[in-house]
Design a binder for this molecule. Sequence first.
Ligand code: GAR
Length: 190
Amino acid sequence: MKRIVIFASGSGSNAENIIGFFQTKRTAKVTHVLTNNERAKVLDRCKRLGVNSLIFSREEFFKSDKVLNFLKEEADLIILAGFLWKIPEQMVADFPNKIINIHPALLPKYGGKGMYGKHVHKAIKENKEEETGITIHYVNEHYDEGGIIFQAKTSIKIDDSVEDIAKKVHKLEYEHFPSVIEDVILSLDE
Ligand code: GAR
């Protein structure tokens, strides 16, 4: 049984969905959720679901080995589900192809620094895009540029609001993220 550690900075609806999915599986289990934000809603979800959570500071994440050492002990796979800090180079180097991010757009479009959550959907709306989607990808040392594992698309109507677009994207995330993670886990043993 592989151990998944999730990083999340905000609401954590994807984290909850992934936790639920693996509660019924023998392949893996979410053992911890880590966050940089002591007010993140994901912490309430963890309490309710009985999943361990840990809060770390900017200092601990970027200037010490505390989080890295924790991961080396505890994680087989690291999932970024709405986590907004850049992953330090050493962490990427120590977990090659073992850190996976979800991005709420069709990379390489609408990626990079500052492009997260609502900001992405707002830009999509402003540019009158006719489609958007999700990208699940490995994390490397450059923001949103690691190898793409999976993409799915959804169409946008001209009168869709930013919230409507966000809803469509979240729907795709809930539908696909857990099973894509499971596929990666199954491939780890091959
Ligand atoms: C998700 O839509 C995820 O794709 C996005 O943040 C949202 C988190 O929602 N991630 C990024 O924008 C990363 N650049 P959640 O907290 O409800 O899971």
